[in-house]
Write a protein of this length. Structure first.
Length: 260
């Protein structure tokens, strides 16, 4: 009987823990809110720094203005102090919420002019999409974020006009987001239906896995200095899933040089 009581108490405690976890958004949601890479985290930190700066400037201006006004009129009195406190609280609340962190649009990814912009914007865009993705694909997005950081380091030493840099921008700034967008265009109730032996959820995870492998291969080639041999293998991303004829678009492929 004692063992049964302990088991019951343990089960109830676990149920309460799961309930509280779900009320807080669940593990999946908390993971979805985390940064997937260094560049997106750096951009968020810079945005937060600007907010803190704005708050400090606003509070400083309010208190200096009240001091000057009090000097002119011989004191602001109790009501003036209360008004200053209220104004300070309002400024704090408003400037804490605004301006919000702007999520890059897909067009912003394609317009990225350097490696840091490309990686940072892509990571922020993926973070915004992750809550709407199934768990396996969301986990793959986290892995891709780490890979994008490594890829960005390699791209930093390449002339942006080099064909290899163009190939990489096409893969990361166009093909990758189109894979996710193609999935999100599928109605929710059709995403778990099998089509040609796989569900859209499975095909999305498979497509992201192929992109992850390609990013890893490209990063290794760039690290080895094999710029002239770089060719993005987007033919492996030619998946079709969902209702109708929804296909992941293939990025343009430049022919690789024949080995001398």
């Amino acid at each position: 009987m004692a063992n049964l009581t302990r088991d019951t108490d343990r089960a109830l405690a676990e149920a309460r823990r799961v309930r509280d976890d779900n009320r807080a958004g669940g593990r999946h949601r908390r993971a979805a809110q985390a940064s997937i890479g260094r560049e997106s985290k750096r951009m968020k930190s810079r945005h937060l720094g600007k907010k803190i700066r704005n708050i400090l400037i606003a509070l400083f201006a309010l208190w200096i203005a009240s001091g000057v006004f009090g000097t002119i009129v011989g004191g602001i009195g109790f009501m003036g102090v209360m008004a200053l406190i209220v104004a300070s609280v309002v400024a704090l609340v408003v400037l804490t919420k605004f301006p919000r962190m702007k999520v890059p649009q897909r067009a912003d990814l394609a317009r990225a002019t350097d490696a840091q912009q490309l990686v940072g914007r892509t990571e922020l865009w993926l973070e915004a999409q992750r809550p709407a993705l199934p768990a396996p694909a969301a986990d793959m997005v986290g892995k891709i974020g780490v890979q994008l950081d490594a890829l960005g380091l390699q791209l930093g030493g390449i002339d942006p006009a080099h064909p290899a840099a163009h190939e990489v921008r096409t893969l990361v700034g166009e093909t990758l987001p189109e894979v996710v967008d193609s999935y999100r265009r599928i109605p929710q109730h059709l995403r778990t239906e099998q089509r040609a032996g796989a569900t859209p959820d499975d095909q999305l995870a498979g497509g992201l896995s192929k992109i992850s492998d390609e990013i890893d291969r490209v990063t290794r080639q760039l690290a080895e200095g094999s710029l002239d041999d770089l060719a993005i293998k987007t033919r492996y991303l030619d998946y079709k899933y969902g209702e109708g004829d929804v296909a992941l678009p293939a990025a343009p492929i430049s022919p690789a040089k024949d080995p001398a």
